[in-house]
Design a protein around this ligand. Structure first.
Ligand code: NAD
Length: 352
Protein backbone atom coordinates (compact mmCIF):
# COMPACT_ATOMS: atom_id res chain seq x y z
CA UNK A 1 0.00 0.00 0.00
CA UNK A 2 1.39 3.41 -0.98
CA UNK A 3 1.27 6.29 1.55
CA UNK A 4 -1.82 8.52 1.25
CA UNK A 5 -3.82 11.32 2.88
CA UNK A 6 -7.62 10.96 3.18
CA UNK A 7 -9.57 14.08 4.11
CA UNK A 8 -13.17 13.85 2.86
CA UNK A 9 -15.09 17.12 2.46
CA UNK A 10 -18.31 16.04 0.83
CA UNK A 11 -21.90 17.27 0.81
CA UNK A 12 -24.82 15.54 2.46
CA UNK A 13 -26.45 13.27 -0.13
CA UNK A 14 -30.10 12.25 -0.40
CA UNK A 15 -30.45 9.63 -3.13
CA UNK A 16 -33.40 7.76 -4.63
CA UNK A 17 -36.27 7.84 -7.11
CA UNK A 18 -38.76 10.44 -5.85
CA UNK A 19 -36.26 12.04 -3.44
CA UNK A 20 -37.19 15.50 -4.74
CA UNK A 21 -40.05 15.14 -2.27
CA UNK A 22 -37.53 15.65 0.56
CA UNK A 23 -36.57 19.11 -0.72
CA UNK A 24 -38.48 21.14 1.87
CA UNK A 25 -37.12 19.01 4.72
CA UNK A 26 -33.58 19.51 3.41
CA UNK A 27 -33.95 23.29 3.02
CA UNK A 28 -35.28 23.46 6.59
CA UNK A 29 -32.32 21.38 7.78
CA UNK A 30 -30.04 24.01 6.20
CA UNK A 31 -31.95 26.59 8.28
CA UNK A 32 -32.72 28.49 5.07
CA UNK A 33 -36.01 30.30 4.41
CA UNK A 34 -35.49 32.24 1.17
CA UNK A 35 -34.38 30.13 -1.79
CA UNK A 36 -33.39 31.42 -5.22
CA UNK A 37 -33.96 28.64 -7.77
CA UNK A 38 -31.46 28.38 -10.65
CA UNK A 39 -31.81 26.54 -13.98
CA UNK A 40 -31.07 26.83 -17.70
CA UNK A 41 -33.83 28.26 -19.94
CA UNK A 42 -34.44 24.69 -21.21
CA UNK A 43 -35.16 23.47 -17.67
CA UNK A 44 -37.32 26.41 -16.58
CA UNK A 45 -40.26 24.03 -16.09
CA UNK A 46 -38.25 21.92 -13.62
CA UNK A 47 -37.24 25.12 -11.79
CA UNK A 48 -40.93 26.08 -11.63
CA UNK A 49 -41.73 22.69 -10.11
CA UNK A 50 -39.01 23.16 -7.48
CA UNK A 51 -40.37 26.62 -6.67
CA UNK A 52 -43.85 25.17 -6.23
CA UNK A 53 -42.61 22.45 -3.90
CA UNK A 54 -40.82 25.08 -1.80
CA UNK A 55 -43.88 27.36 -1.72
CA UNK A 56 -43.21 30.46 0.39
CA UNK A 57 -39.60 29.36 0.88
CA UNK A 58 -38.97 30.48 -2.74
CA UNK A 59 -38.02 34.12 -3.34
CA UNK A 60 -37.38 33.85 -7.07
CA UNK A 61 -36.35 31.84 -10.11
CA UNK A 62 -33.32 32.67 -12.24
CA UNK A 63 -33.62 30.42 -15.32
CA UNK A 64 -30.71 31.83 -17.34
CA UNK A 65 -27.75 29.48 -16.76
CA UNK A 66 -25.55 28.76 -19.80
CA UNK A 67 -22.38 26.75 -20.37
CA UNK A 68 -19.03 27.90 -18.86
CA UNK A 69 -20.52 30.61 -16.54
CA UNK A 70 -19.89 33.97 -18.28
CA UNK A 71 -18.74 36.55 -15.73
CA UNK A 72 -21.52 39.04 -16.65
CA UNK A 73 -24.17 36.39 -16.03
CA UNK A 74 -22.62 35.50 -12.67
CA UNK A 75 -22.74 39.20 -11.71
CA UNK A 76 -26.36 39.51 -12.80
CA UNK A 77 -27.33 36.40 -10.80
CA UNK A 78 -25.47 37.66 -7.72
CA UNK A 79 -27.29 41.01 -7.77
CA UNK A 80 -30.60 39.21 -8.23
CA UNK A 81 -29.82 37.06 -5.16
CA UNK A 82 -28.98 40.25 -3.20
CA UNK A 83 -32.05 42.13 -4.43
CA UNK A 84 -34.34 39.27 -3.39
CA UNK A 85 -32.60 38.74 -0.05
CA UNK A 86 -31.98 35.05 -0.83
CA UNK A 87 -30.37 33.00 1.93
CA UNK A 88 -29.71 29.89 -0.19
CA UNK A 89 -29.76 28.64 -3.78
CA UNK A 90 -31.39 25.58 -5.24
CA UNK A 91 -29.61 24.66 -8.48
CA UNK A 92 -31.53 22.15 -10.61
CA UNK A 93 -29.73 20.99 -13.76
CA UNK A 94 -26.35 19.93 -15.08
CA UNK A 95 -22.88 21.36 -14.59
CA UNK A 96 -23.83 24.71 -16.13
CA UNK A 97 -26.55 25.47 -13.60
CA UNK A 98 -24.59 24.17 -10.64
CA UNK A 99 -21.61 26.20 -11.93
CA UNK A 100 -23.73 29.36 -11.83
CA UNK A 101 -24.67 28.58 -8.22
CA UNK A 102 -20.99 28.18 -7.41
CA UNK A 103 -20.16 31.57 -8.96
CA UNK A 104 -22.75 33.20 -6.68
CA UNK A 105 -21.49 31.26 -3.65
CA UNK A 106 -17.91 32.28 -4.35
CA UNK A 107 -18.60 35.93 -3.47
CA UNK A 108 -21.86 35.94 -1.61
CA UNK A 109 -21.23 32.81 0.47
CA UNK A 110 -24.82 31.56 0.00
CA UNK A 111 -25.17 27.80 0.55
CA UNK A 112 -26.19 25.62 -2.40
CA UNK A 113 -28.63 22.76 -2.50
CA UNK A 114 -27.89 20.99 -5.81
CA UNK A 115 -30.27 18.75 -7.74
CA UNK A 116 -28.18 17.28 -10.58
CA UNK A 117 -29.93 16.14 -13.74
CA UNK A 118 -26.83 15.05 -15.73
CA UNK A 119 -23.82 12.93 -14.79
CA UNK A 120 -21.23 15.78 -14.90
CA UNK A 121 -20.53 15.56 -11.15
CA UNK A 122 -19.95 19.26 -10.42
CA UNK A 123 -22.19 19.02 -7.34
CA UNK A 124 -19.55 16.95 -5.51
CA UNK A 125 -16.59 19.26 -6.13
CA UNK A 126 -15.27 22.57 -4.85
CA UNK A 127 -14.11 23.40 -8.41
CA UNK A 128 -15.60 26.52 -9.97
CA UNK A 129 -15.17 28.09 -13.41
CA UNK A 130 -15.79 31.60 -14.71
CA UNK A 131 -15.41 32.80 -18.31
CA UNK A 132 -14.28 36.33 -19.08
CA UNK A 133 -13.60 37.56 -22.63
CA UNK A 134 -13.55 33.97 -23.93
CA UNK A 135 -11.06 32.72 -21.34
CA UNK A 136 -12.27 30.25 -18.74
CA UNK A 137 -10.54 30.35 -15.39
CA UNK A 138 -11.06 27.58 -12.86
CA UNK A 139 -10.12 27.22 -9.24
CA UNK A 140 -10.96 25.34 -6.05
CA UNK A 141 -12.67 26.97 -3.08
CA UNK A 142 -14.55 25.19 -0.29
CA UNK A 143 -17.21 27.97 -0.28
CA UNK A 144 -18.62 26.67 -3.58
CA UNK A 145 -19.07 23.05 -2.48
CA UNK A 146 -22.84 22.42 -2.19
CA UNK A 147 -24.21 21.86 1.30
CA UNK A 148 -26.70 19.19 0.22
CA UNK A 149 -27.26 17.19 -2.98
CA UNK A 150 -30.55 15.54 -3.90
CA UNK A 151 -30.07 12.82 -6.51
CA UNK A 152 -33.46 11.91 -7.94
CA UNK A 153 -33.13 9.57 -10.95
CA UNK A 154 -36.67 10.48 -12.06
CA UNK A 155 -35.30 13.91 -13.05
CA UNK A 156 -32.88 12.25 -15.49
CA UNK A 157 -35.59 10.42 -17.45
CA UNK A 158 -35.76 13.36 -19.87
CA UNK A 159 -32.02 13.32 -20.63
CA UNK A 160 -31.70 12.39 -24.33
CA UNK A 161 -29.79 9.15 -25.04
CA UNK A 162 -26.80 10.85 -26.71
CA UNK A 163 -26.38 13.20 -23.74
CA UNK A 164 -26.91 10.30 -21.34
CA UNK A 165 -23.96 8.48 -22.90
CA UNK A 166 -21.65 11.48 -23.36
CA UNK A 167 -22.38 12.72 -19.84
CA UNK A 168 -21.76 9.17 -18.53
CA UNK A 169 -18.39 9.18 -20.32
CA UNK A 170 -17.63 12.59 -18.78
CA UNK A 171 -18.19 10.99 -15.36
CA UNK A 172 -16.05 7.97 -16.29
CA UNK A 173 -13.24 10.40 -17.23
CA UNK A 174 -13.24 11.80 -13.66
CA UNK A 175 -12.91 8.32 -12.19
CA UNK A 176 -10.32 7.19 -14.74
CA UNK A 177 -8.01 10.11 -13.94
CA UNK A 178 -8.69 9.56 -10.23
CA UNK A 179 -7.25 6.06 -10.54
CA UNK A 180 -3.84 7.39 -11.58
CA UNK A 181 -3.85 10.77 -9.77
CA UNK A 182 -0.65 11.46 -7.80
CA UNK A 183 -2.78 12.39 -4.76
CA UNK A 184 -5.30 9.56 -5.02
CA UNK A 185 -6.12 7.23 -2.14
CA UNK A 186 -7.54 3.72 -1.75
CA UNK A 187 -11.09 4.87 -0.93
CA UNK A 188 -11.26 7.09 -4.01
CA UNK A 189 -9.90 4.21 -6.11
CA UNK A 190 -12.70 1.94 -4.87
CA UNK A 191 -15.27 4.61 -5.64
CA UNK A 192 -13.75 5.26 -9.06
CA UNK A 193 -13.83 1.64 -10.14
CA UNK A 194 -17.36 1.13 -8.86
CA UNK A 195 -18.49 4.39 -10.50
CA UNK A 196 -17.14 3.33 -13.90
CA UNK A 197 -18.74 -0.09 -13.52
CA UNK A 198 -22.16 1.29 -12.56
CA UNK A 199 -22.31 3.79 -15.42
CA UNK A 200 -20.98 1.42 -18.09
CA UNK A 201 -23.45 -1.29 -17.04
CA UNK A 202 -26.39 1.13 -17.30
CA UNK A 203 -25.76 2.23 -20.90
CA UNK A 204 -27.15 -0.75 -22.82
CA UNK A 205 -30.33 -0.99 -20.70
CA UNK A 206 -30.86 2.75 -21.23
CA UNK A 207 -30.49 2.38 -24.98
CA UNK A 208 -33.18 -0.34 -24.86
CA UNK A 209 -35.44 1.73 -22.64
CA UNK A 210 -34.46 5.31 -21.66
CA UNK A 211 -37.19 5.27 -19.02
CA UNK A 212 -35.73 2.24 -17.18
CA UNK A 213 -35.64 3.76 -13.68
CA UNK A 214 -33.33 1.05 -12.32
CA UNK A 215 -30.71 1.79 -15.00
CA UNK A 216 -31.24 5.55 -14.49
CA UNK A 217 -30.62 5.06 -10.75
CA UNK A 218 -27.47 3.02 -11.42
CA UNK A 219 -26.09 5.67 -13.80
CA UNK A 220 -26.78 8.48 -11.32
CA UNK A 221 -25.24 6.43 -8.50
CA UNK A 222 -22.14 5.97 -10.67
CA UNK A 223 -22.00 9.69 -11.43
CA UNK A 224 -22.13 10.50 -7.71
CA UNK A 225 -19.11 8.23 -7.12
CA UNK A 226 -17.18 9.64 -10.10
CA UNK A 227 -17.96 13.25 -9.10
CA UNK A 228 -16.75 12.54 -5.56
CA UNK A 229 -13.48 11.28 -7.01
CA UNK A 230 -13.10 14.44 -9.12
CA UNK A 231 -13.64 16.54 -5.99
CA UNK A 232 -10.95 14.69 -4.05
CA UNK A 233 -8.02 14.28 -6.45
CA UNK A 234 -5.97 16.27 -8.95
CA UNK A 235 -6.72 16.07 -12.63
CA UNK A 236 -4.25 15.03 -15.36
CA UNK A 237 -3.75 15.31 -19.10
CA UNK A 238 -7.30 14.37 -20.09
CA UNK A 239 -9.04 17.12 -18.11
CA UNK A 240 -6.35 19.68 -18.98
CA UNK A 241 -6.84 19.06 -22.71
CA UNK A 242 -10.63 19.23 -22.43
CA UNK A 243 -10.39 22.42 -20.41
CA UNK A 244 -8.09 24.08 -22.97
CA UNK A 245 -10.09 23.02 -26.02
CA UNK A 246 -13.52 23.61 -24.47
CA UNK A 247 -12.62 27.11 -23.30
CA UNK A 248 -10.84 28.16 -26.51
CA UNK A 249 -13.44 26.88 -29.00
CA UNK A 250 -16.60 26.69 -26.88
CA UNK A 251 -16.97 22.97 -27.68
CA UNK A 252 -19.81 20.94 -26.12
CA UNK A 253 -18.52 19.77 -22.74
CA UNK A 254 -19.55 16.14 -22.40
CA UNK A 255 -19.06 15.24 -26.09
CA UNK A 256 -15.56 16.70 -25.93
CA UNK A 257 -14.71 14.53 -22.90
CA UNK A 258 -16.12 11.51 -24.71
CA UNK A 259 -13.90 12.09 -27.79
CA UNK A 260 -10.66 12.84 -25.89
CA UNK A 261 -10.91 10.13 -23.19
CA UNK A 262 -9.80 7.04 -25.23
CA UNK A 263 -6.79 8.96 -26.58
CA UNK A 264 -5.73 10.45 -23.24
CA UNK A 265 -5.93 7.03 -21.58
CA UNK A 266 -3.93 5.41 -24.39
CA UNK A 267 -1.28 8.13 -23.92
CA UNK A 268 -1.10 7.60 -20.16
CA UNK A 269 -1.35 3.83 -20.31
CA UNK A 270 2.44 3.04 -20.14
CA UNK A 271 2.80 5.21 -17.01
CA UNK A 272 -0.28 3.84 -15.22
CA UNK A 273 -0.69 0.13 -16.00
CA UNK A 274 -2.51 -0.67 -12.74
CA UNK A 275 -5.03 2.14 -13.20
CA UNK A 276 -5.66 1.08 -16.80
CA UNK A 277 -6.20 -2.50 -15.63
CA UNK A 278 -8.77 -1.34 -13.08
CA UNK A 279 -10.58 0.80 -15.67
CA UNK A 280 -10.66 -2.18 -18.04
CA UNK A 281 -11.95 -4.46 -15.27
CA UNK A 282 -14.72 -1.97 -14.47
CA UNK A 283 -15.68 -1.87 -18.16
CA UNK A 284 -15.53 -5.68 -18.38
CA UNK A 285 -12.88 -5.71 -21.14
CA UNK A 286 -9.12 -6.10 -21.62
CA UNK A 287 -8.39 -2.82 -23.40
CA UNK A 288 -10.02 0.27 -21.83
CA UNK A 289 -9.10 2.91 -24.45
CA UNK A 290 -10.30 0.66 -27.31
CA UNK A 291 -13.57 -0.03 -25.47
CA UNK A 292 -14.23 3.66 -24.77
CA UNK A 293 -13.64 4.42 -28.45
CA UNK A 294 -16.02 1.61 -29.47
CA UNK A 295 -18.69 3.05 -27.19
CA UNK A 296 -18.71 6.28 -29.24
CA UNK A 297 -19.56 4.30 -32.36
CA UNK A 298 -21.95 1.97 -30.58
CA UNK A 299 -24.06 4.90 -29.31
CA UNK A 300 -23.60 7.05 -32.43
CA UNK A 301 -21.73 9.88 -30.70
CA UNK A 302 -19.22 12.12 -32.52
CA UNK A 303 -15.82 10.37 -32.67
CA UNK A 304 -13.71 13.32 -33.84
CA UNK A 305 -12.88 16.84 -32.72
CA UNK A 306 -13.59 17.95 -36.30
CA UNK A 307 -17.21 16.81 -35.90
CA UNK A 308 -17.46 18.91 -32.72
CA UNK A 309 -16.49 21.98 -34.73
CA UNK A 310 -12.89 22.42 -33.60
CA UNK A 311 -10.67 24.08 -36.21
CA UNK A 312 -7.44 22.21 -37.11
CA UNK A 313 -5.35 25.05 -35.56
CA UNK A 314 -6.68 23.90 -32.20
CA UNK A 315 -4.23 21.00 -32.33
CA UNK A 316 -1.18 23.27 -32.09
CA UNK A 317 -2.76 25.55 -29.52
CA UNK A 318 -3.74 22.72 -27.16
CA UNK A 319 -0.46 20.83 -27.62
CA UNK A 320 1.42 24.01 -26.76
CA UNK A 321 -0.66 24.84 -23.71
CA UNK A 322 -0.60 21.26 -22.44
CA UNK A 323 3.15 21.43 -21.82
CA UNK A 324 3.42 25.12 -20.92
CA UNK A 325 2.69 24.89 -17.21
CA UNK A 326 3.57 21.36 -16.14
CA UNK A 327 1.41 19.36 -13.71
CA UNK A 328 1.60 15.80 -12.36
CA UNK A 329 0.66 13.18 -14.97
CA UNK A 330 1.59 9.49 -15.06
CA UNK A 331 3.30 9.87 -18.43
CA UNK A 332 5.72 12.76 -19.23
CA UNK A 333 4.06 15.63 -21.12
CA UNK A 334 5.78 15.72 -24.53
CA UNK A 335 4.54 18.25 -27.05
CA UNK A 336 5.16 16.09 -30.13
CA UNK A 337 3.33 13.10 -28.67
CA UNK A 338 0.44 15.24 -27.46
CA UNK A 339 0.16 16.76 -30.94
CA UNK A 340 -0.11 13.21 -32.36
CA UNK A 341 -2.79 12.36 -29.77
CA UNK A 342 -4.76 15.44 -30.80
CA UNK A 343 -4.35 14.71 -34.52
CA UNK A 344 -5.87 11.26 -34.01
CA UNK A 345 -8.70 12.73 -31.94
CA UNK A 346 -9.24 15.44 -34.54
CA UNK A 347 -9.59 12.85 -37.31
CA UNK A 348 -11.55 10.34 -35.27
CA UNK A 349 -8.88 7.64 -35.59
CA UNK A 350 -8.72 4.81 -33.05
CA UNK A 351 -6.54 5.48 -29.96
CA UNK A 352 -3.01 4.07 -29.94
P1 NAD B 1 -25.19 21.36 -19.08
O1 NAD B 1 -25.44 21.63 -17.65
O2 NAD B 1 -24.63 22.47 -19.91
O3 NAD B 1 -26.52 20.79 -19.75
C1 NAD B 1 -26.60 20.65 -21.16
C2 NAD B 1 -28.05 20.85 -21.61
O4 NAD B 1 -28.83 19.74 -21.17
C3 NAD B 1 -28.69 22.10 -21.01
O5 NAD B 1 -29.53 22.72 -21.95
C4 NAD B 1 -29.52 21.53 -19.87
O6 NAD B 1 -30.62 22.34 -19.52
C5 NAD B 1 -29.97 20.21 -20.46
N1 NAD B 1 -30.31 19.21 -19.45
C6 NAD B 1 -29.67 18.94 -18.30
N2 NAD B 1 -30.28 17.93 -17.66
C7 NAD B 1 -31.33 17.56 -18.42
C8 NAD B 1 -32.34 16.57 -18.28
N3 NAD B 1 -32.36 15.72 -17.25
N4 NAD B 1 -33.27 16.48 -19.26
C9 NAD B 1 -33.22 17.28 -20.35
N5 NAD B 1 -32.28 18.24 -20.54
C10 NAD B 1 -31.35 18.37 -19.58
O7 NAD B 1 -24.20 20.11 -19.28
P2 NAD B 1 -23.21 19.35 -18.29
O8 NAD B 1 -22.39 18.47 -19.15
O9 NAD B 1 -23.96 18.77 -17.14
O10 NAD B 1 -22.32 20.50 -17.68
C11 NAD B 1 -21.30 21.12 -18.43
C12 NAD B 1 -20.70 22.28 -17.65
O11 NAD B 1 -20.39 21.88 -16.32
C13 NAD B 1 -19.40 22.79 -18.25
O12 NAD B 1 -19.36 24.19 -18.19
C14 NAD B 1 -18.34 22.17 -17.36
O13 NAD B 1 -17.14 22.92 -17.35
C15 NAD B 1 -19.03 22.17 -16.02
N6 NAD B 1 -18.54 21.12 -15.10
C16 NAD B 1 -17.97 21.53 -13.94
C17 NAD B 1 -17.51 20.59 -13.03
C18 NAD B 1 -16.91 21.05 -11.74
O14 NAD B 1 -16.53 20.24 -10.91
N7 NAD B 1 -16.83 22.35 -11.51
C19 NAD B 1 -17.62 19.22 -13.29
C20 NAD B 1 -18.21 18.84 -14.50
C21 NAD B 1 -18.69 19.80 -15.39
Amino acid sequence: MNPFIFEPKIPRVVFGAGSLRSLTREIDAMQARRALVLSTPAQADQAERVAQILGDRTVGIFPKAVMHVPLELAREARSEADRLGADCMVAIGGGSTIGLGKAIALEGGLPILAIPTTYAGSEMTSIYGLTEAGIKKTGRDTRVLPHTVIYDPELTLSLPLNMTVSSGLNAIAHAAEGLYAHDGNPIMALMAEEGIRAIAAALDPLREDPSDITARSDALYGSWLCGTVLGAVSIGLHHKLCHTLGGAFNLPHSELHAVILPHALAYNSPGAPQALARIARALGVQDAPARLYELLQRYELPVSLAELGMPREGIDLAANLAVKSPYPNPQPLEEQRIRKLLERAYEGAAPN
